[in-house]
Design a protein around this ligand. Structure first.
Ligand code: GLA
Length: 352
């Protein structure tokens, strides 16, 4: 039986910019979701990780992991692609709730698989659209395009410099030389993540309404004084973060890793103070890492309110630093973080 595998993603920089017509710099990772698809007379979804088998009606929404799958079937049909009932077995080595986009990986693995099984002839851009539509309109999180785009277009040894307003993109070689990128999972996921996520989107829409502009790309620093305190901070984050993405691309191309690291730290401060999507646990980890020898930069990744910290470190340093961090985190939060080693990876594909 063929299986279809889609990767999670890590975003180097450009957080909460993808639904604001901004820039992002993600890469696909070697942690992924796999689906096996069999034609059937009914919908039966099984997840190893969830230890659950669920039978459901077409378009049935249950408020749990099955929604990502049914959402894809729904989105395909809405876009004019007919499928028939299937049994889907899901397996994964991608941590859930770690901010690594397990939901987009699940959506894209299924969309890609159904495309193959039913010979639907969707191109790559269409696959992205299906995943995003499923998440926004069926699951109800009004996400940007970054996660699904990366799950489809990921390329080993490269990051993707993506302009989310045009979907133009450039592969940037991820050559880290004496350095490495790794993740520290805070093993925390605060309940408010999806409601606050949608709220941030509304605030950004309010910025545009207030300024009478159609896109965040038309917003400038001169506009900031016209906004009230909260909206001004949100807008400021987006403008600064877009600049940081461009600087990070240049730093990566020139192997200026110290600069890249300081951009990561700056991004975290902005997400914490201006965009207000971090939390005590992730702030603690970044704060701890900041003072450590061999650590160049760190920041929360993904939507926020928990999840993982991306760390840029000189090779050979992270193991020792993590041990000390683990102790200190345990003392403060009564739980342990996890160190996740990552490599870049290709986008969705079939595996035998
Ligand atoms: C989540 C969303 C993405 C993006 C990030 C924040 O991962 O799915 O589209 O908005 O949050 O950058």
């Amino acid at each position: 039986m063929p299986k279809f595998r889609a990767p999670g993603r890590v975003n180097i920089i450009g957080e909460h910019t993808d639904y604001n017509d901004g820039f992002v710099l993600p890469f696909a990772i070697d942690k992924y979701v796999e689906v096996e698809i069999n034609r059937s007379s009914q919908y039966v979804f099984t997840s190893e990780k969830m230890k659950e088998q669920v039978r459901l009606q077409k378009y049935e929404r249950l408020g749990k992991w099955t929604d990502y799958l049914m959402g894809v079937i729904w989105a395909l049909e809405k876009l004019g692609y007919k499928t028939e009932p299937v049994e889907v077995n899901v397996s994964s080595n991608l941590p859930i709730g770690a901010g690594l986009s397990s939901s987009a990986a699940l959506e894209i693995a299924l969309a890609y698989g159904l495309n193959e099984v039913f010979n639907l002839k969707l191109d790559k851009m269409k696959l992205v659209e299906v995943g995003v539509k499923a998440e926004r309109e069926f699951v109800g999180v009004r996400c940007g395009v970054m996660d699904q785009f990366t799950a489809v277009f990921g390329k080993k040894d490269h990051a993707i410099f993506l302009d989310t307003s045009t979907l133009n993109y450039e592969y940037v070689p991820l050559e880290l030389k004496d350095f490495e990128l790794a993740l520290v999972d805070s093993n925390t996921k605060h309940e408010l993540s999806s409601s606050e996520y949608n709220k941030r989107r509304e605030e950004c829409e309010a910025v545009l309404n207030k300024l009478g502009k159609g896109s965040f790309r038309q917003v400038t620093y001169e506009d900031l004084p016209k906004l009230d305190d909260v909206l001004r901070r949100r807008a400021r984050h987006v403008l600064d973060e877009n600049k940081r993405v461009s600087l990070a691309v240049r730093a990566l191309k020139r192997s200026e890793f110290a600069l890249l690291g300081s951009l990561l730290f700056e991004s975290h401060v902005s997400l914490r103070d201006l965009y207000e999507v971090s939390c005590d646990e992730t702030d603690f980890i970044v704060g701890f890492l900041k003072g450590e020898l061999g650590i160049l930069g760190a920041r929360m990744v993904g939507g926020g309110f928990g999840g993982s910290i991306l760390v840029l470190a000189r090779k050979g340093y992270l193991g020792g630093v993590f041990e000390r961090l683990e102790e200190s985190y345990l003392r403060n939060f009564k739980k342990r973080p996890s160190l996740i080693r990552i490599q870049s990876n290709d986008g969705v594909h079939m595996v035998m």
